[in-house]
Write a protein that binds this ligand. Sequence first.
Ligand code: CMX
Length: 434
Amino acid sequence: MSTLKEALKKKIDEHRPRTVRLLKEHSDVKISEVTIGQAIGGARGVKCLVTDVSYLDPFEGIRFRGRTIPETFAALPAVKGQDYPSVEGFFYYLMTGDIPTAAQAAEVVADFKKRRQLPQYVKDIMRAMPADTHPMTMFSAGIVAMQRESEFVKRYNEGMNKMEYWEPMFEDSCNLMAKLPTLAAFIYRLKYKNDEQIDEDPSLDMGGNFAHQMGIAKPYDDVARMYFILHSDHESGNVSAHTTHLVASALSDAYYSLSAGMNGLAGPLHGLANQEVLSWTMKFMEGLGGQEPTEEVIKKALWDTLNSGQVIPGYGHAVLRKTDPRYESQREFCLKNLPDYPLFKVISMIYKVAPGVLTEHGKAKNPWPNVDAQSGVIQWYYGLTEWDFYTVLFGIGRALGVLTNITWDRALGYPIERPKSVTTAMLEEFAGIK
Ligand code: CMX
């Protein structure tokens, strides 16, 4: 058994009695009440999910396993000669809550290298899809196409004990996690680079090999590491995480579950917002006809968007009530690496103006930018200008968190999810208007 799997097993054995005790002795303790507004309004703020992988505070932002973003980056061992930690080491951390040693992180790197080759039939399926298919559709289809590889299904059909469910779920999660960057790079080269594929480099970790197979030079390897880690998890109520968890709760395997989660990520109010930000900004710059953007013209463009009944992409959040620390982290990266880049300057100018416009507009509960407002400019700077690919990058990152969550779901025996619905007439009765 690998060191990571061993460590995870120990954590699971320690954790199980806590969940059992809560259920057995304190099941009736109330943690939330539901209002009519919440029932109609997307269950906003209703506390009815449990995860220990990350926690999102409205004013502080995300903590991965108890650590803020800067604390996480500082604690994890960096890849030799690079600024950022390996994605594999971070996966160890998300799974176990323990910071891996350099050797433990390297063991996951070596393990993932053995798992990351893409089956030929997936390549054939990708090539058979119409050329104008969105890369997120290809990504999701590629994931679900590999469902036949599921260890969980094999073991389940053999008659596995419930207590062992987490083990093949973990194996499926590792197999998938290792393959996702390979699948993404394959889609990218197929769609935008005349299918001129680049062979993997067995000496490289996930971030390094992804940059290599994308065909983008250094420091894009570090950009990839940073990007995947930042996008990994945002507790379990967001659409991609919740969908993955929901589908997995029916004992669907990791392939079915993750593919479903990716379909949720592909919505413009969720992960697709990163492509929307770039397309909005580029359209705006085109409209300037070469003129320098000013705060005044940005203000007008933002109002035009709002007045035409559309959202300002990259701004607002269902939970956060301040600038997203994932935005701040990427902004710091830009200030260090591309401070004078014109597109970064425009994005910064929008940051200066948009919160005021949204506040004056008076609808959005959070006028501050989210992760998607800043991520595209970095990709663009390093040559990845095909913005409809950006959500695929988000998807690779998000998989780290949701696959960890569904492995733990199996370990803790979370049941099939099934909230109760009511009718509108019942709500009217509750409200005393019927
Ligand atoms: N531009 C214009 N209007 C906005 C807005 C924005 N950026 N953010 C919120 N609003 C509006 C909502 O559409 C809603 O309007 P209605 O009352 O007419 O329905 C109102 O303000 C209240 O919404 P809210 O409670 O503040 O926000 P929600 O929790 O309902 O939605 C989110 C959150 C992210 C979907 C929303 O802020 C939004 O649409 N933002 C733009 C898209 C975006 O950037 N999404 C990415 C989020 C991060 C991610 O998941 O990747």
